[in-house]
Each structure stands twice: as C-alpha cells, then as structure tokens.
Design a binder for this molecule. Structure first.
Ligand SMILES: CCCCCCCC(=O)SCCNC(=O)CCNC(=O)[C@H](O)C(C)(C)COP(=O)(O)OP(=O)(O)OC[C@H]1O[C@@H](n2cnc3c(N)ncnc32)[C@H](O)[C@@H]1OP(=O)(O)O
Length: 170
C-alpha cells in the first residue's frame, strides 16, 4: 500500500507562544548532520524541531512522521518513535545544562501513530543523582492521545570528553 506518492513541501512544525528554539543548547545540531533533527535529516522519514518551554524549561518538540517511517501499514515504526524519544530525553538534559549520552532507554508503545501526523514530544528530567540523569518523555497527539512514552538513564559526560569526540571528526 502506498502511503503517499508525494511529500508535502512545507510541514508546519511551529509551536505556540511561550517557547523558544532549543538549538543553541544541542551540540549535535551544531555538527551540521544529525540522525533525526539536523537540516538534512529525515527527508521523507522524520522531520523534527526542538523548543524549550519557557514556563518550566522542559524540552518540547514538533515532529512529523513521514512515509519512510512506516512500520505497521500506514503507521510509524516503533523504532522511529523510540529514536525520537531517545533524542528527546537526551536533549531535555542538554537544555538543562547536562551534556549526556544514553545508557538505558525503556519505551512503551500505547497507540499506533498514523503516518503524516505532526505530533508533540515532551521530555523532562524526573530525577538526578550525580552524573546519572533520569529523564522521561512522551509523544502526544493534538487531542492528548499518548502514542508512546519512555524513561531512561543518561550519563553526564565532561565537556572535555565530548569535545574529544567532535575533535576526532575534524
Ligand atoms: C544533544 C544530544 C542529543 C541526545 C542524543 C540521543 C542520546 C543518544 O542516543 S547517545 C548515543 C547512545 N549512547 C551511547 O552510545 C553511550 C555508550 N556508552 C558509553 O559511552 C559509556 O558507557 C557511558 C558514557 C554511558 C558511561 O561510561 P563512563 O563515563 O565511563 O561511566 P561509568 O563510570 O562506566 O558509569 C557511570 C555510572 O553510570 C552507570 N552506568 C553506565 N552505563 C550504564 C548502563 N548502560 N546501564 C546502567 N548503568 C550504567 C554505572 O554503573 C555507573 O554507576 P555508579 O556511579 O553508580 O557506579
């Protein structure tokens, strides 16, 4: 079954007042290429934009799942939703000033997400214990339906360790 034969040119990933772009906090976006959220990411798979909610500092995303994200017929692959949640949970730590990588991720799939949907992603830090951060997050429909939710363990790296990774690319 063909889901769509042509892609929409402009997908509206804007968000309401009370949010600012999160890009300046997210090191992976500065690399120019990224699995999910960079300028060349996605194409027909996933398009994603991150924001910081001014009221509580939570990370909020607007994400479009395209035909290339197909898992069950006409619906998003679980791995595509898990990848978005992985990035959301990690980014919620980065915008709070903790440069982290993922150590553990647990995802629950609650409802099938129809391809072509623009959904909202929210993520926040539930608990912190030294270098260990425990964020949570979910992907929501505009009517509040939960498509998927996740919790994880993310480990804070030193900025030197992170810079060393980037240096190796040069
Ligand atoms: C802007 C960013 C966007 C976010 C992008 C999305 C996030 C990602 O997908 S990142 C990519 C996927 N993740 C990875 O590749 C990480 C691979 N793992 C590693 O590099 C290392 O194991 C790393 C950095 C997590 C931890 O290594 P290291 O810094 O040496 O820490 P280490 O001393 O082993 O462990 C620190 C603590 O965390 C615990 N821990 C580490 N890894 C794990 C794990 N996988 N599960 C459970 N606990 C763990 C340790 O037990 C230890 O606990 P305690 O302090 O109580 O003894």
């Amino acid at each position: 079954m063909a889901v769509t034969s042509s892609l929409p040119q402009d997908i509206d990933l804007s968000i309401g007042p009370g949010h600012r772009p999160a890009d300046e906090h997210l090191a992976h976006l500065k690399l120019g290429r990224s699995f999910l959220a960079g300028p060349h990411a996605g194409e027909d798979i996933i398009r994603l934009r991150w924001y910081v909610r001014e009221s509580d500092g939570a990370l909020v995303g607007r994400v479009w799942f395209g035909p290339g994200a197909q898992g069950p017929p006409g619906h998003a692959h679980g791995g595509s939703m898990a990848a978005v949640l992985d990035e959301a949970l990690g980014s919620s730590c980065w915008v709070a000033g903790h440069p982290v990588v993922a150590a553990e991720l647990t995802t629950s799939f609650r409802a099938m997400l129809p391809l072509g949907t623009v959904a909202t992603v929210e993520a926040w830090i539930e608990k912190a214990d030294g270098r260990k951060l425990y964020p949570k997050g979910h992907i929501l429909a505009d009517d509040g339906t939960v498509y998927a939710e996740a919790s994880g363990l993310f480990i804070e790296m030193t900025s030197e360790a992170f810079d060393a990774l980037a240096d190796r690319l040069e």
